[in-house]
Design a protein around this ligand. Sequence first.
Ligand code: ADP
Ligand code: MG
Length: 252
Amino acid sequence: MGRLAIENVSVDFGGVHALKDVSFAFESGSIVGLIGPNGAGKSTLLNCISGITRPTAGRVRLDEAVLSERNASSVAGLGIGRVFQHPELVLDLSVRENLMIACHRSLGYGLVSELLMVPSVWRREREAAGRVADVLRRLGIADSADAEVRNLPYGHRKLIDLGRALLMDIGFLLLDEPIAGLNDPEIAHLTELLFELRREFGFGILVVEHNMPFVSRLCERLVVLDLGQLIADGRPADVLGDARVIASYLGE
Ligand code: ADP
Ligand code: MG
């Protein structure tokens, strides 16, 4: 179990107030949607949690640890997984190879031990291959394990990026527009997959997404940002019927 808390976070980019005094918290095991019109500050908030952007004021905590004082790799090491809107994969390598790289990173392999290929490295290598095979199976892309990423449809690439996050021991998963560019069957598959993974691993999910049917189905709670401010927080049916939320989207 764990609790991720955004506490009075503000972010200024020069004169732009991307986030203004935003506070909310959620527990591992819950699925929260972060919605709001373009430019509302959603990606900036995910960046604050991931240690990519430092808040101008306020802080982000994972239980007692203050994430907003750490850098991105340290935050990842504490179990905050991030899936980006546009996955950055090595296109010339296979799906399996991309995941092996992620596995090495998460286990903190050094170049020296790689080069020496000491027996313990061989053992870890086998272990890593096993974990990668397991993740491939879970994501339903084991058949494409040896295909070069450049030959795969976009939907598969997003799953590989999700796979990279799963190779770390995550307590929370942050998803930025996970279904952008996916077709209906891929969206249905991802929805079921996220429910299944949450059930099995118990992590919390914070998902930024514009597609309301998707977030309403996936999330038990929605947090709404508009112009950097939190304007609603509650159950999807209540939030989507909220006059202020409707007005913020109409004003877009
Ligand atoms: P969203 O993801 O909700 O569309 P963003 O978090 O990307 O919104 O952006 C929030 C606001 O902050 C926007 O006005 C955007 O132009 C601005 N912004 C985001 N990142 C930067 C940056 N690195 N430098 C300057 N302004 C930024
Ligand atoms: Mg964004």
